[in-house]
Design a protein around this ligand. Structure first.
Ligand code: GDP
Length: 197
């Protein structure tokens, strides 16, 4: 897919106020600092698209961008567990779960994982949450330039083995580097392939 246009549309924290156009939507999410803004900029060939909504608190908002006038790219805040009083049950922030449970046009989520790190409980819990609700998702490993090819292979394999302990099959996954521009064609190709009306 060639990116012809990429524009910021709006930010808000309420799924009911998200754009009304019924366009296919892809949502990017991960822990803060995973490389999400850099990845969005790399995928869209823009230097600072993911920051154009940039005002304080932006990290707690659902940010919509329209790409090629035919799909939405959504930059979601870094997730964390919500504090639930008198309960040890771990839940994610309400506006994030509202988004995933109510946004009808969501085609797929992309869960970003820093390729250097071992599987973290919060990421595994989040994928579990998506899986239980049958929300399609793929994994995007970020910052692949930080490892040598052999180490990339080993880290991806370890991650997949861990997932296979509780998943019957693996979600699609992509290895990317925003600084070396690796993975753009693969992620955009996946979006084109699944973005049929
Ligand atoms: P966000 O908080 O998830 O939006 O992460 P950012 O995109 O702001 O990136 C967090 C940090 O990781 C910044 O210092 C980036 O320069 C760095 N970073 C992001 N992507 C890459 C990458 O592909 N390679 C390397 N080496 N650093 C990256």
């Amino acid at each position: 897919m060639k990116i012809k246009s990429a524009e910021f549309v709006m930010s808000n924290s309420d799924v009911a106020k998200c754009p009304k156009q019924p366009l296919p939507e892809y949502a990017f999410i991960g822990r803060s600092n995973v490389g999400k803004s850099s990845l969005i900029n790399m995928l869209t060939d823009r230097k600072s698209l993911a920051k154009t909504s940039g005002r304080p608190g932006k990290t707690q908002l659902i940010n919509h961008f329209i790409i090629n006038d035919n799909w939405f790219l959504v930059d979601l805040p870094g997730y964390g567990y919500a504090r639930v009083s008198k309960s040890t049950k771990k839940t994610f922030q309400k506006f994030i779960t509202n988004y995933f449970e109510q946004r009808q046009q969501l085609v797929s989520a992309f869960v970003l994982i820093d390729i250097r790190h071992k599987p973290q409980p919060i990421d595994l819990d989040f994928m579990q949450y998506l899986g239980e609700r049958e929300i399609p998702f793929s994994i995007i490993f970020t910052k692949a330039d930080k490892l040598k090819p052999k180490a990339i292979e080993r880290h991806v394999e370890d991650y997949c083995n861990r997932l296979l302990q509780f998943w019957e099959e693996l979600p699609p996954y992509f290895v990317t580097s925003s600084s070396k521009k690796i993975g753009q064609d693969e992620v955009l190709g996946f979006i084109s392939d699944t973005n049929e009306e």
